[in-house]
Design a protein around this ligand. Structure first.
Ligand SMILES: C[S@@+](CC[C@H](N)C(=O)[O-])C[C@H]1O[C@@H](n2cnc3c(N)ncnc32)[C@H](O)[C@@H]1O
Length: 285
């Protein structure tokens, strides 16, 4: 399972299998991050990011340093949970969400005489993804002229990223992908950029949860989990996808990242609505 040697010619860092093993036990002993679900390649790459940042060439010396230095330990944990994201990331996927997922969910609620729509956004990082989804739903509510009620729950393990999400203030370059009319409607200009309006904010909440160990016990119409499962070992991906199946209401939608896919049992639990955009729908049994 493990690569014997992971090499980086650029900075000449050679990682032995034992370094990744040591990294795993260091994190297991000291934090509640479930390190076992991550692939070795991923852990190796992230370890090197920190080593390069502080110009350490020897993994063993670096890990000794981490053991003695709580500050560096925190930095290492935070690079393990990289949180690159953006508003409306992967335009094509968001097009499918606004053309198919959102209208179908809303129409279904209207036909049933129900009002509440629940969305779970797993690995939401600094909040751009859940706010993007919320804007699409709120626009659809207006189009349908119905008084539906939206709750989007964004979850992540990274406290610092969630702090930014809750604050809801983004720099001008971060909001550049937001359609102008949405920016004007759902953001106000503040000193350091653009702040999410109270109206948009009231539809979105953030919780610190590990996708593997802390499930959110609600039933959802739509779960989005992008660019997270890719870092996990296949067997964990399968368990998580089975968990999503249980958390979804009948006919609920699941959207994964463009480089991710259903694995193992997951393939029998969902039908593909758009394979290229990783949009799936729960098969009711
Ligand atoms: C690359 S970002 C993806 C952000 C967003 N979903 C997107 O695609 O734009 C991955 C996020 O997953 C979070 N993460 C990593 N491990 C996690 C875990 N075990 N449970 C929940 N979130 C996790 C990271 O902190 C990070 O914010």
């Amino acid at each position: 399972m493990v690569r014997a040697i992971l090499e980086n010619k650029e900075y000449d860092i050679v990682l032995a299998e034992s370094s990744v093993t040591r990294l795993r036990s260091l994190i297991t002993d000291r934090s509640n991050v479930n390190i076992n679900i991550y692939k070795d390649e991923y852990l190796g790459r992230r370890l090197k990011v920190r080593m390069r940042a502080i110009q350490h060439k020897s993994p063993e010396v670096y890990l000794n340093f981490v053991e003695r230095n709580p500050d560096e330990y925190k930095k290492l944990v935070s690079v393990l949970t990289i949180n690159v994201t953006s508003f409306f990331r992967n335009k094509q996927t968001f097009r499918k969400i606004s053309e198919i997922v959102v209208p179908v969910i809303c129409q279904d609620k209207i036909e049933r005489g129900e009002k509440k729509i629940n969305v779970l956004c797993v690995g939401c990082a600094t909040g751009e993804e859940p706010y993007s989804i919320a804007m699409i739903f709120l626009e659809q509510f207006q189009k349908a002229g119905k008084n539906l009620k939206l709750k989007v729950i964004g979850t992540d393990v990274d406290k610092k990223a969630l702090f930014t999400a809750v604050k809801g203030v983004y720099s001008p370059d971060k909001v550049s992908k937001i359609p102008k009319r949405h920016l004007q409607k759902y953001f106000t200009v503040v000193k350091n950029g653009f702040q999410v309006t109270p109206g948009l904010k009231s539809s979105v909440i953030f919780l610190k949860k590990d996708v593997f160990t802390h499930r959110v016990y609600s039933r959802f119409d739509f779960i989005m989990c992008r660019n997270l499962l890719i870092y996990f070992l296949r067997s964990y991906q399968e368990d998580i996808q089975e968990g999503f199946y249980k958390q979804l209401l009948p006919g609920g939608f699941l959207v994964l990242g463009r480089t991710e896919s259903l694995v193992g049992k997951g393939r029998q639990l969902f039908e593909a609505i758009s394979i290229s955009d990783r949009v799936y729908r729960k098969i009711s049994k």
